[in-house]
Design a protein around this ligand. Structure first.
Ligand code: PMP
Length: 339
């Protein structure tokens, strides 16, 4: 039978259509639940089931508690989306990107005890977690240094180490941001540099880039993020932090995220449009042939191509796609009989 749905907390009644008087619109947290509907439509293809004896060990097939297959698929995802260059770079996994923020701050801080501590900074408005976390974890090697504007006019000595957190597009204002203090180590937080939040201008090719599955697939509760790191030394320090902090990310989460990423790659990697050639009759106008079969397409002639070609849009709704399949059926069986 159909699952019984719970009403959103402000609604009640058998069809959840009645609004509770005085219930406030709560738009506080950044929980990406708008993606629930996407996964509901892919409930079977995105499901993961594994037996009790699977993935019990601490160790993974890859180095530093990493699953090789998942790492490979993360690189493919970046490639098909075109939002980041990962070639020749290292990847580490974290329990959400939240864990990785501090891991990277640690890794970019001076390892030499005699150096002055690094100042961790961000430009206003910034994601408040950066400051809260840095204040909680501060060590002899780093501490919160405030906002970049408070340093812009100060005479900064050349020995001041900055670690600048740059969120682009930015949380909360959505702006594309760049570092403003030159000569600092920069952590680019690309949590929102994905097509459902932002135009993808160019693949990002920075030295330290942070991503989170939370905002891509919406599975914030699986706690999975990753960092793409150019420098081997920075990578090793980050991996060491993660190993001492949590000994890697849950392997159950690896499996779940791998499945989700495979689904996303399959959809993104598929053709958005179908470019169809009608070959069943010489000189056939394909757009016209489909029109007779109740399919409205866009003639190849409009693309200055042969009219035996036509374009089918596959990026409309599921209903449009289902109707296309239905209308295609008689044409395809007609073709089978003819050949
Ligand atoms: N960076 C930014 C800019 C965010 O908005 C968030 C989530 N609100 C995170 C990092 C942390 O996300 P998570 O720990 O779920 O990966």
């Amino acid at each position: 039978g159909l699952p019984v749905c719970e009403c959103n907390k402000c609604y009640y009644g058998s069809d959840c259509s009645r609004l509770l008087h005085d219930c406030p619109a709560d738009v506080d947290s950044g929980d990406p639940l708008f993606l629930e509907a996407y996964w509901q439509q892919r409930a079977a293809s995105s499901a993961v089931v594994f037996s009790g004896w699977h993935r019990m060990s601490y160790s993974t097939d890859g180095k530093d508690y990493i699953s090789i297959e998942l790492e490979k698929h993360i690189r493919i995802l970046h490639q098909v989306v075109g939002n980041a260059v990962t070639d020749g770079k290292f990847i580490v996994f974290g329990s959400g990107s939240a864990q990785l923020i501090n891991a990277l701050v640690y890794a970019l801080s001076p390892s030499n005890a005699s150096s002055s501590p690094a100042s961790v900074v961000a430009s206003v408005p910034y994601y408040p977690f950066y400051k809260k976390q840095t204040n909680l974890f501060e060590t002899r090697a780093y501490g919160w240094g405030g906002t970049t504007s408070s340093w812009a006019n100060a005479s900064v000595s050349s020995t001041t180490n900055f670690i600048e957190l740059v969120t682009s597009p930015n949380n909360p204002d959505g702006q594309f941001k760049q570092p403003v203090l030159g000569s600092s180590a920069v952590i680019f937080d690309y949590a929102y540099y994905w097509p459902h939040y932002s135009p993808i201008l160019d693949p990002a090719d920075e030295d330290v880039m942070l991503f989170t599955n939370s905002k891509i697939s919406g599975h914030a509760g699986s706690r999975f993020g990753w960092a793409v790191i150019k420098d081997e030394g920075v990578y090793e320090r980050t991996a060491n932090y993660l190993s001492l902090n949590t000994m890697g990310v849950s392997r159950d989460t690896h499996l779940r995220v791998l499945k989700l990423i495979k689904v996303m790659i399959a959809e993104k990697g598929g053709k958005a449009y179908a470019w169809l050639k009608c070959e069943w009759k010489e000189e056939e106008d394909c757009h016209e042939a489909l029109r007779k079969g109740s399919i409205i397409s866009r003639s190849g002639a409009l693309f200055e191509a042969d009219s035996r070609y036509t374009r089918l849009s596959l990026i409309k709704t599921q209903d449009d796609f289902d109707l296309l399949l239905k209308r295609m059926q008689p044409l395809v069986s007609h073709e089978d009989m003819a050949s």
